[in-house]
Design a protein around this ligand. Structure first.
Ligand code: ATP
Ligand code: MG
Ligand code: MG
Length: 347
Protein backbone atom coordinates (compact mmCIF):
# COMPACT_ATOMS: atom_id res chain seq x y z
CA UNK A 1 0.00 0.00 0.00
CA UNK A 2 1.07 3.61 -0.14
CA UNK A 3 2.52 5.66 2.68
CA UNK A 4 1.07 8.82 4.18
CA UNK A 5 3.48 11.12 6.01
CA UNK A 6 2.22 13.18 8.94
CA UNK A 7 4.05 16.29 10.12
CA UNK A 8 3.46 16.57 13.87
CA UNK A 9 3.31 14.05 16.68
CA UNK A 10 0.15 14.78 18.67
CA UNK A 11 -3.26 13.25 19.16
CA UNK A 12 -4.68 14.73 15.97
CA UNK A 13 -2.06 12.81 14.00
CA UNK A 14 -2.75 9.74 16.07
CA UNK A 15 -6.46 9.82 15.19
CA UNK A 16 -5.61 10.53 11.52
CA UNK A 17 -3.32 7.52 11.47
CA UNK A 18 -6.07 5.27 12.85
CA UNK A 19 -8.31 6.30 9.94
CA UNK A 20 -5.48 5.93 7.45
CA UNK A 21 -4.74 2.40 8.68
CA UNK A 22 -8.40 1.48 8.22
CA UNK A 23 -8.18 2.65 4.61
CA UNK A 24 -5.08 0.52 4.05
CA UNK A 25 -2.38 3.17 4.23
CA UNK A 26 0.88 2.94 6.07
CA UNK A 27 1.67 6.05 8.11
CA UNK A 28 4.95 7.56 9.18
CA UNK A 29 5.31 10.76 11.14
CA UNK A 30 7.88 13.50 11.63
CA UNK A 31 8.08 15.59 14.79
CA UNK A 32 10.63 17.19 17.08
CA UNK A 33 11.44 15.51 20.35
CA UNK A 34 8.62 15.86 22.88
CA UNK A 35 5.44 14.21 24.09
CA UNK A 36 4.69 12.47 20.82
CA UNK A 37 1.85 9.95 20.71
CA UNK A 38 1.36 9.50 16.96
CA UNK A 39 4.06 6.81 16.97
CA UNK A 40 1.77 4.49 18.97
CA UNK A 41 -0.23 3.90 15.80
CA UNK A 42 2.38 4.72 13.14
CA UNK A 43 4.98 2.60 11.43
CA UNK A 44 7.79 4.99 12.15
CA UNK A 45 8.44 8.37 13.75
CA UNK A 46 11.29 10.56 12.55
CA UNK A 47 12.35 12.55 15.61
CA UNK A 48 14.17 15.61 14.34
CA UNK A 49 14.10 19.38 14.42
CA UNK A 50 11.75 21.02 11.91
CA UNK A 51 14.67 22.48 9.95
CA UNK A 52 16.78 19.32 9.62
CA UNK A 53 17.06 19.29 5.81
CA UNK A 54 18.55 15.83 5.43
CA UNK A 55 16.04 14.20 7.78
CA UNK A 56 13.15 15.93 6.01
CA UNK A 57 14.39 14.66 2.66
CA UNK A 58 14.72 11.11 4.02
CA UNK A 59 11.19 11.35 5.40
CA UNK A 60 9.74 12.74 2.18
CA UNK A 61 11.44 9.99 0.18
CA UNK A 62 9.32 7.40 2.00
CA UNK A 63 5.99 9.21 1.55
CA UNK A 64 3.54 9.05 -1.33
CA UNK A 65 1.67 11.99 0.16
CA UNK A 66 2.31 14.25 3.16
CA UNK A 67 -0.05 16.19 5.42
CA UNK A 68 0.16 17.88 8.83
CA UNK A 69 -1.69 17.64 12.12
CA UNK A 70 -0.01 20.67 13.73
CA UNK A 71 -0.69 24.21 12.55
CA UNK A 72 2.69 25.58 13.59
CA UNK A 73 4.77 23.36 11.32
CA UNK A 74 7.21 25.90 9.85
CA UNK A 75 6.26 26.88 6.30
CA UNK A 76 9.81 26.02 5.19
CA UNK A 77 9.32 22.46 6.47
CA UNK A 78 6.09 22.06 4.52
CA UNK A 79 7.59 23.54 1.36
CA UNK A 80 10.55 21.13 1.70
CA UNK A 81 8.07 18.33 0.89
CA UNK A 82 7.73 17.47 -2.81
CA UNK A 83 5.51 19.99 -4.61
CA UNK A 84 2.06 18.61 -5.34
CA UNK A 85 2.47 15.78 -2.83
CA UNK A 86 1.70 17.77 0.31
CA UNK A 87 -1.93 18.56 1.17
CA UNK A 88 -3.21 21.06 2.10
CA UNK A 89 -0.92 23.39 0.13
CA UNK A 90 1.58 25.09 2.50
CA UNK A 91 0.05 28.50 1.65
CA UNK A 92 -2.68 27.62 4.16
CA UNK A 93 -0.07 27.46 6.95
CA UNK A 94 1.38 30.79 5.90
CA UNK A 95 -2.01 32.50 6.22
CA UNK A 96 -3.13 30.83 9.43
CA UNK A 97 0.10 31.13 11.43
CA UNK A 98 -0.13 34.89 11.82
CA UNK A 99 -3.31 36.26 13.40
CA UNK A 100 -2.85 39.59 11.61
CA UNK A 101 -2.41 38.04 8.14
CA UNK A 102 -5.28 35.67 8.83
CA UNK A 103 -7.71 38.46 9.80
CA UNK A 104 -6.74 40.60 6.78
CA UNK A 105 -7.16 37.62 4.48
CA UNK A 106 -10.58 36.75 5.88
CA UNK A 107 -11.70 40.41 5.76
CA UNK A 108 -10.69 40.49 2.12
CA UNK A 109 -13.20 37.69 1.53
CA UNK A 110 -16.00 39.58 3.31
CA UNK A 111 -15.56 38.08 6.79
CA UNK A 112 -15.95 40.11 9.99
CA UNK A 113 -13.34 39.60 12.73
CA UNK A 114 -13.43 41.36 16.10
CA UNK A 115 -12.03 44.91 15.95
CA UNK A 116 -8.24 44.58 16.06
CA UNK A 117 -5.03 46.55 16.06
CA UNK A 118 -1.43 45.57 15.43
CA UNK A 119 0.77 45.99 18.52
CA UNK A 120 4.56 46.13 18.29
CA UNK A 121 5.26 48.44 21.22
CA UNK A 122 3.81 49.86 24.42
CA UNK A 123 2.67 52.99 22.63
CA UNK A 124 0.89 50.80 20.02
CA UNK A 125 -0.92 49.05 22.87
CA UNK A 126 -1.95 52.31 24.47
CA UNK A 127 -3.21 53.61 21.13
CA UNK A 128 -5.07 50.32 20.52
CA UNK A 129 -6.82 50.36 23.90
CA UNK A 130 -7.60 54.04 23.32
CA UNK A 131 -9.15 53.40 19.92
CA UNK A 132 -10.86 50.01 20.50
CA UNK A 133 -11.56 50.38 24.21
CA UNK A 134 -11.37 47.82 27.00
CA UNK A 135 -12.04 45.04 27.77
CA UNK A 136 -10.01 43.40 25.08
CA UNK A 137 -7.51 40.61 24.59
CA UNK A 138 -3.86 41.03 23.71
CA UNK A 139 -2.60 37.99 21.78
CA UNK A 140 0.72 36.93 20.32
CA UNK A 141 0.35 36.91 16.54
CA UNK A 142 2.09 33.54 16.28
CA UNK A 143 2.34 30.21 18.10
CA UNK A 144 -0.66 30.56 20.44
CA UNK A 145 -2.95 27.64 21.18
CA UNK A 146 -5.34 26.65 23.98
CA UNK A 147 -5.45 30.29 25.08
CA UNK A 148 -1.67 30.47 25.61
CA UNK A 149 -0.03 33.75 24.68
CA UNK A 150 -3.12 35.80 25.57
CA UNK A 151 -3.73 38.52 28.14
CA UNK A 152 -7.09 39.93 29.13
CA UNK A 153 -6.99 43.71 29.29
CA UNK A 154 -9.77 44.99 31.55
CA UNK A 155 -8.80 48.66 31.50
CA UNK A 156 -6.04 51.01 30.29
CA UNK A 157 -4.54 50.56 33.75
CA UNK A 158 -4.11 46.82 33.00
CA UNK A 159 -2.38 47.70 29.76
CA UNK A 160 0.05 50.00 31.57
CA UNK A 161 0.98 47.36 34.13
CA UNK A 162 1.53 44.57 31.61
CA UNK A 163 5.02 43.33 30.85
CA UNK A 164 4.99 43.18 27.05
CA UNK A 165 6.65 40.13 25.50
CA UNK A 166 9.11 40.99 22.74
CA UNK A 167 7.13 39.38 19.90
CA UNK A 168 4.57 40.73 17.40
CA UNK A 169 1.18 41.14 19.08
CA UNK A 170 -2.40 41.95 18.21
CA UNK A 171 -5.06 43.59 20.37
CA UNK A 172 -8.65 42.47 19.87
CA UNK A 173 -11.79 44.08 21.20
CA UNK A 174 -13.67 41.71 23.51
CA UNK A 175 -16.63 40.13 21.70
CA UNK A 176 -19.77 39.84 23.83
CA UNK A 177 -20.84 36.61 22.18
CA UNK A 178 -23.93 34.50 22.82
CA UNK A 179 -22.20 31.27 21.92
CA UNK A 180 -19.22 29.83 20.04
CA UNK A 181 -19.19 27.43 17.12
CA UNK A 182 -16.92 26.25 14.38
CA UNK A 183 -17.37 25.45 10.74
CA UNK A 184 -15.54 22.28 9.81
CA UNK A 185 -15.36 21.38 6.16
CA UNK A 186 -13.49 19.00 3.94
CA UNK A 187 -12.43 19.99 0.43
CA UNK A 188 -11.37 17.35 -2.06
CA UNK A 189 -8.73 17.54 -4.77
CA UNK A 190 -11.50 18.26 -7.30
CA UNK A 191 -12.77 21.22 -5.22
CA UNK A 192 -15.85 19.50 -3.82
CA UNK A 193 -16.72 20.79 -0.32
CA UNK A 194 -18.70 19.07 2.42
CA UNK A 195 -19.58 20.50 5.86
CA UNK A 196 -20.19 18.78 9.17
CA UNK A 197 -22.90 20.09 11.44
CA UNK A 198 -21.67 22.85 13.73
CA UNK A 199 -21.59 22.03 17.42
CA UNK A 200 -21.82 24.53 20.28
CA UNK A 201 -18.33 24.90 21.71
CA UNK A 202 -17.81 25.82 25.34
CA UNK A 203 -14.40 26.91 26.59
CA UNK A 204 -12.90 27.00 30.06
CA UNK A 205 -9.88 29.21 30.55
CA UNK A 206 -9.38 29.55 26.79
CA UNK A 207 -9.41 25.76 26.26
CA UNK A 208 -12.21 23.84 24.55
CA UNK A 209 -14.12 21.95 27.23
CA UNK A 210 -17.03 20.47 25.28
CA UNK A 211 -18.83 20.43 21.92
CA UNK A 212 -22.54 19.66 21.79
CA UNK A 213 -25.13 19.00 19.11
CA UNK A 214 -27.70 20.22 18.42
CA UNK A 215 -26.06 23.60 18.80
CA UNK A 216 -29.25 25.58 19.42
CA UNK A 217 -31.15 28.30 17.55
CA UNK A 218 -28.65 31.16 17.82
CA UNK A 219 -25.89 29.13 16.22
CA UNK A 220 -28.10 27.35 13.71
CA UNK A 221 -29.33 30.71 12.41
CA UNK A 222 -25.73 31.80 11.69
CA UNK A 223 -24.27 28.66 10.20
CA UNK A 224 -25.16 29.44 6.57
CA UNK A 225 -23.39 32.80 6.58
CA UNK A 226 -20.36 31.30 8.35
CA UNK A 227 -20.25 28.39 5.88
CA UNK A 228 -20.27 30.79 2.96
CA UNK A 229 -17.18 32.51 4.35
CA UNK A 230 -15.48 29.18 5.08
CA UNK A 231 -16.17 28.09 1.49
CA UNK A 232 -14.56 31.30 0.18
CA UNK A 233 -11.52 30.71 2.39
CA UNK A 234 -11.16 27.09 1.26
CA UNK A 235 -11.55 27.98 -2.42
CA UNK A 236 -9.16 30.93 -2.21
CA UNK A 237 -6.48 28.68 -0.69
CA UNK A 238 -7.30 25.83 -3.14
CA UNK A 239 -7.44 23.89 0.10
CA UNK A 240 -7.37 20.08 0.21
CA UNK A 241 -8.31 18.35 3.46
CA UNK A 242 -10.16 19.39 6.60
CA UNK A 243 -10.32 23.11 7.39
CA UNK A 244 -11.80 24.75 10.51
CA UNK A 245 -13.03 28.29 11.12
CA UNK A 246 -14.01 29.35 14.66
CA UNK A 247 -16.82 31.87 15.14
CA UNK A 248 -18.54 33.86 17.84
CA UNK A 249 -22.33 33.89 17.46
CA UNK A 250 -23.46 37.43 18.31
CA UNK A 251 -26.66 39.44 17.84
CA UNK A 252 -24.85 41.10 14.91
CA UNK A 253 -24.26 37.73 13.24
CA UNK A 254 -21.21 35.48 13.08
CA UNK A 255 -17.90 37.11 14.03
CA UNK A 256 -14.80 35.29 12.76
CA UNK A 257 -12.37 34.32 15.55
CA UNK A 258 -9.61 32.29 13.91
CA UNK A 259 -8.98 29.44 11.56
CA UNK A 260 -7.13 26.18 11.94
CA UNK A 261 -5.81 24.59 8.72
CA UNK A 262 -6.38 21.11 10.08
CA UNK A 263 -8.73 18.69 11.79
CA UNK A 264 -10.08 20.26 14.96
CA UNK A 265 -10.92 19.33 18.54
CA UNK A 266 -14.48 20.59 18.04
CA UNK A 267 -14.91 17.93 15.34
CA UNK A 268 -13.92 14.92 17.43
CA UNK A 269 -17.60 14.09 17.93
CA UNK A 270 -17.69 13.14 14.23
CA UNK A 271 -15.76 9.90 14.92
CA UNK A 272 -18.93 8.25 16.21
CA UNK A 273 -21.44 11.03 15.54
CA UNK A 274 -21.14 11.38 11.77
CA UNK A 275 -21.33 8.94 8.86
CA UNK A 276 -17.70 9.83 8.03
CA UNK A 277 -15.39 11.40 10.62
CA UNK A 278 -13.21 14.46 10.06
CA UNK A 279 -10.16 12.19 10.28
CA UNK A 280 -11.35 9.73 7.65
CA UNK A 281 -12.40 12.51 5.28
CA UNK A 282 -9.09 14.30 5.76
CA UNK A 283 -7.25 11.13 4.77
CA UNK A 284 -9.65 10.56 1.87
CA UNK A 285 -9.05 14.12 0.62
CA UNK A 286 -5.25 14.07 0.84
CA UNK A 287 -5.13 10.59 -0.70
CA UNK A 288 -7.39 11.63 -3.58
CA UNK A 289 -10.23 9.26 -2.66
CA UNK A 290 -13.95 10.13 -2.91
CA UNK A 291 -15.20 12.08 0.12
CA UNK A 292 -17.59 10.45 2.59
CA UNK A 293 -20.98 11.60 3.82
CA UNK A 294 -20.64 14.11 6.67
CA UNK A 295 -24.22 13.79 7.99
CA UNK A 296 -24.80 13.49 11.74
CA UNK A 297 -26.12 10.07 12.74
CA UNK A 298 -27.57 10.93 16.17
CA UNK A 299 -30.26 13.19 17.65
CA UNK A 300 -27.76 14.58 20.13
CA UNK A 301 -24.00 14.34 20.66
CA UNK A 302 -21.76 15.56 23.47
CA UNK A 303 -17.97 15.49 23.24
CA UNK A 304 -16.20 16.28 26.50
CA UNK A 305 -12.45 16.79 26.75
CA UNK A 306 -10.52 15.13 29.56
CA UNK A 307 -8.06 17.84 30.54
CA UNK A 308 -5.30 17.58 33.13
CA UNK A 309 -6.71 14.45 34.72
CA UNK A 310 -5.82 10.78 34.76
CA UNK A 311 -7.62 9.27 31.78
CA UNK A 312 -8.09 5.81 33.28
CA UNK A 313 -10.71 7.26 35.66
CA UNK A 314 -12.73 8.12 32.55
CA UNK A 315 -13.12 4.44 31.70
CA UNK A 316 -16.07 4.55 34.10
CA UNK A 317 -17.98 6.56 31.49
CA UNK A 318 -18.03 3.47 29.27
CA UNK A 319 -20.74 1.95 31.43
CA UNK A 320 -23.16 4.58 30.07
CA UNK A 321 -25.05 3.76 26.87
CA UNK A 322 -23.55 4.79 23.53
CA UNK A 323 -20.56 6.39 25.18
CA UNK A 324 -17.06 6.22 23.70
CA UNK A 325 -13.67 6.94 25.18
CA UNK A 326 -10.59 8.12 23.31
CA UNK A 327 -7.35 7.88 25.27
CA UNK A 328 -4.54 9.78 23.52
CA UNK A 329 -1.93 7.62 25.20
CA UNK A 330 -0.04 10.48 26.84
CA UNK A 331 2.42 9.28 29.44
CA UNK A 332 2.18 12.21 31.85
CA UNK A 333 -0.75 14.24 33.13
CA UNK A 334 -0.07 17.96 33.16
CA UNK A 335 -2.36 20.82 34.10
CA UNK A 336 -4.31 21.98 31.08
CA UNK A 337 -3.16 19.02 28.98
CA UNK A 338 -5.67 17.27 26.74
CA UNK A 339 -5.48 13.60 27.74
CA UNK A 340 -8.46 12.27 25.80
CA UNK A 341 -12.15 12.80 25.21
CA UNK A 342 -15.48 11.12 25.78
CA UNK A 343 -18.30 11.18 23.23
CA UNK A 344 -21.87 10.37 24.17
CA UNK A 345 -24.60 9.90 21.61
CA UNK A 346 -28.37 9.87 21.78
CA UNK A 347 -29.75 8.15 18.70
P1 ATP B 1 -7.13 27.28 19.98
O1 ATP B 1 -6.71 26.20 20.93
O2 ATP B 1 -8.59 27.28 19.64
O3 ATP B 1 -6.24 27.44 18.78
P2 ATP B 1 -6.13 29.91 20.70
O4 ATP B 1 -5.06 29.91 21.73
O5 ATP B 1 -5.74 30.15 19.29
O6 ATP B 1 -6.99 28.60 20.86
P3 ATP B 1 -8.40 31.75 20.57
O7 ATP B 1 -9.28 30.89 19.77
O8 ATP B 1 -7.92 33.03 19.97
O9 ATP B 1 -7.15 30.99 21.20
O10 ATP B 1 -9.13 32.12 21.96
C1 ATP B 1 -9.52 31.10 22.85
C2 ATP B 1 -10.88 31.44 23.43
O11 ATP B 1 -10.81 32.69 24.14
C3 ATP B 1 -11.96 31.65 22.39
O12 ATP B 1 -12.51 30.44 21.95
C4 ATP B 1 -12.93 32.52 23.18
O13 ATP B 1 -13.66 31.75 24.11
C5 ATP B 1 -11.98 33.44 23.93
N1 ATP B 1 -11.69 34.63 23.10
C6 ATP B 1 -10.65 34.79 22.24
N2 ATP B 1 -10.69 35.99 21.63
C7 ATP B 1 -11.78 36.62 22.08
C8 ATP B 1 -12.38 37.90 21.83
N3 ATP B 1 -11.83 38.77 20.99
N4 ATP B 1 -13.53 38.19 22.49
C9 ATP B 1 -14.08 37.32 23.36
N5 ATP B 1 -13.57 36.11 23.65
C10 ATP B 1 -12.43 35.74 23.02
MG1 MG C 1 -5.84 28.97 17.64
MG1 MG D 1 -9.37 29.06 19.04
Amino acid sequence: GSTIGILGGGQLGRMMAVSAAQLGYRCIAYAPEGDNVVNQVCDDLFVNKWNETAALAAFAAQCDVVTWEFENVPVATATAMPEGRIFPHPRALETAQDRLAEKRFVEGLGGRPAAYARVDSRSDLEAAVDRLGAPGILKTRRDGYDGKGQWRIGSDRDAQGLHLPDVPLIYEGFVEFEAEFSIILVRGQDGEIRFWDSARNTHEGGVLAASTLPAGDIIEAQVDEARELARQVADALKYVGVLTLEFFATYEGPIFNEMAPRVHNSGHWSIEGAVTSQFENHIRAVAGLPLGDTATVAKAVTMTNIIGADITASQDHLAAPDTHLHDYGKAKVREGRKMGHVTRLER
